[in-house]
Design a protein around this ligand. Sequence first.
Ligand code: NDP
Length: 478
Amino acid sequence: MPKFEYAPAPESRSIVSLRESYGLFINGEFGPSVDGRAFKTISPATEEVLAEVTEAGPADVDRAVTAARKAYEHTWSAMPGRERAKYLFRIARIIAERARELAVLESLDNGKPIRESRDVDIPLVAAHFFYYAGWADKLEYAGYGPAPRPIGVAGQVIPWNFPLLMLAWKIAPALACGNTVVLKPAETTPLTALAFAEICQQADLPPGVVNIVTGAGETGRTLVEHPGVDKVAFTGSTEVGKQIARACAPTRKKVTLELGGKAANVVFEDAPVDQAVEGIVNGIFFNQGHVCCAGSRLLVQESVYSEVLTSLRRRLATLRLGDPLDKNTDVGAINSAAQLAKIRELSEVGEAEGAERWSAPCELPVKGFWFPPTIFTGVSQAHRIAREEIFGPVLSVLTFRTPAEALEKANNTPYGLSAGVWTEKGSLILWMASRLRAGVVWANTFNKFDPTSPFGGYKESGYGREGGRHGLEAYLNV
Ligand code: NDP
């Protein structure tokens, strides 16, 4: 089926005013690092340098933790919940007001399509702050005792796939419960966290309640290992999650880890094929597959295999890949050269192990980091592309004959973050959902998020829950 020809519809960049360089946000102010080191952040779609960002060293992390401690003891933890709520509501409103600017900035720095940053990421960011603002004066009704206490200073490290949304998942519940935070954004996507720092200033948030320290993995390590941090929250790779768990094990720190995934998206023969195909596409090609809960393993019942695969290939051929700021773009840029190298490497391994590779016919831009939507068929359980997280627009397809086989294959993974089930039988949905070892199970849909809904993993996907009432527990002394 030919693609419609669409005229370019680029979103204007003029709403974003980038500074040439950004300092660290400590104690309510932007300032330089003690040792003056800096790095550049680029647009992954064009490799254009967007800004220079300060790299926080140990002395800077120490200053940030000290500021957070002071704010915790003297201001924030002592403030009545209804007063903290006012700040959170104010932040939520400013995010909603500046939504377009934040969406453009996110797409520039991350490479994700503006349609996603505008319609998914930023609305969810605002929704998280609104939701947890509502909890701030009702904590005694959350089920954690009559007078639940905050924990103290939270050290939070987030990844690059949903930069501002992961910040919201971390900061909103922490602040609602009365904690203060030091947050490190990912090295490749620091700009929306720095815009958030400006929003804290705009909202007159007391100095030190939120501190943003930019830098690479070493800055993250220094933060989580700082003795002044009482609670660690991390989202990222299982490998780094394990390092953090080891470092925190001999301490009294409370830890929550949200790590990788290799979700099964299970399509039964009675599923409506067109809807399932949309769900498969949304499951693995949303955000270029840079999604921890992506439906990266498609399990299709053998009887409908060729029908589903034919529809899926036809649908993929209509996806538009290119400029993330174009409102017609479905698939944006891969976030970094390093991530692109990893996707290429695992795809080559897939071919070498005997799986068959098919990529959507699309032209890749010359500059920047790009990978076409790709499907591997003939994949077996033993293949690396069926076991390891590729974190890119690559789908591995396996088949099954019976529900029991589907279940066994779906659970045959070291991960357990999410899963999808497609069937018109409610009883089969419930049978699968109660046996799938996954934190989230979507039925006849995929990648649906809501601040009221808890999210988190089983097994190597981590521990602790974020979102909803359950998400409060991680930030309360219970
Ligand atoms: P990392 O786990 O390395 O990065 C996540 C965050 O942790 C970043 O802010 C990173 O900083 C920081 N960090 C790195 N090392 C340490 C450390 N020792 N102590 C504390 N913080 C640290 O993921 P990558 O960005 O390297 O991605 C690698 C793979 O991880 C991906 O290919 C994907 O498979 C998986 N991943 C999973 C995510 C998920 O949501 N489950 C999210 C991101 C990645 P910096 O950015 O500077 O490296």
